[in-house]
Design a protein around this ligand. Structure first.
Ligand SMILES: [Zn+2]
Ligand SMILES: [Zn+2]
Length: 315
């Protein structure tokens, strides 16, 4: 597999509008080991970065630990002369973390996110499934005893914000949300810039494409509108098609449902995501082969891959 790829809606003259890097691609439970080395065993975390712009982090699964180390090393690589580390200044770079929801696989890496332990950073947190007072308590509990040892000064780096339905502006980005079909609620996140949509992220979402209830059909139509024309879609592909029936209502989709949705919405690149913890690397590669064969038969221009840790896509 290559280290990076370009889906992409950018032209060579303009350069990419943003880079999307995967730090954790596994769903439900971290699954490190020799059978998952190619696609990775860490749970969801995706970085979205514009040239010279803010850093967006989507979810705080165990993949966020390596992202935090990377962000801190990048700070050290560009020191500001005569600027003490305790004095926020030009090197102070805010990080905006958007949690799709609070299931354990999407938050369990947060206490180990190195920028939380740096006085030159501030980490702004929003969540797609809850109100602010509850979220503040929840985030504090993650980085406090008994789940985590007391660390002096940590709380000052965490800024919890409300995220009402609608959009949030972060630098050149506008971050939109749409309600996923997932037990307890979750957000589907779309990141736009002034040009339009850049990418959408739906790690936990039960499409149930064959369901016929009017409310569900209406929700699907709204989802297709929300995702229409997105260059890059990162979508839940937890199950194989033959596993769906016995997991109805569990809040996840099959790989082929994700492919169908991406085709319906005119997506350029689909990154299959939230891989089942029992799915080994060979099984994931067979899924990608099947999806590509399906698309070839239908003469679809959709490009499909399975996201792996370390993959960077330029849009
Ligand atoms: Zn999940
Ligand atoms: Zn979930």
């Amino acid at each position: 597999m290559p280290d990076s790829a370009s889906p992409s809606s950018s032209s060579a003259e303009d350069g990419p509008r943003a880079r999307v890097r995967f730090w954790g691609t596994r769903g439900t439970c971290a699954s490190p080991g020799p059978r998952t080395v190619r696609y990775g065993g860490n749970t969801p975390c995706v970085e979205v970065r514009a040239n010279g712009g803010p850093t967006l982090v989507l979810d705080a699964g165990t993949g966020i630990r390596a992202l935090g180390q990377h962000l801190q090393s990048r700070l050290k690589a560009t020191p500001v002369p005569d600027m003490p580390a305790s004095n926020p200044g030009p090197q102070d770079q805010a990080i905006h973390l958007f949690l799709t929801h609070r299931h354990a696989d999407h938050v369990m890496g947060l206490p180990h996110f190195a920028p939380l332990h740096s006085r030159s950073r501030s980490v702004h947190v929003r969540c797609g499934d809850g109100d602010c007072p509850t979220l503040t308590q929840f985030v504090s509990s993650l980085v406090s005893p008994p789940l985590f040892p007391y660390v002096d000064g940590l709380a000052g780096q965490l800024l919890v914000h409300e995220w009402p339905t609608g959009e949030v502006s972060v630098g050149t980005f506008r971050v939109h949300r749409f309600n996923a079909n997932h037990p307890g609620g979750a957000a589907i996140i779309r990141v736009d810039d002034a040009t339009g949509p850049i990418m959408a992220y739906a790690p936990d979402n039960e499409l149930a494409l064959h369901a016929t209830q009017a409310e569900h059909v209406e929700w699907l139509a709204g989802l297709r509108d929300f995702l229409n024309g997105v260059p890059l879609l990162v979508h839940d592909a937890m199950y194989r098609p033959d596993e769906l029936t016995r997991h109805a209502g569990w809040g996840h989709s099959s790989d082929m449902e994700a492919v169908q949705l991406a085709m319906d919405c005119g997506v350029q690149t689909l990154a299959l995501f939230h891989h089942h913890p029992d799915r080994d690397d060979d099984a994931i590669e067979r899924i990608v082969d099947e999806a590509r064969h399906h698309l070839l038969e239908r003469k679809s221009p959709l490009r499909t891959l399975a996201a792996w840790e370390g993959l960077t896509l330029s849009v």
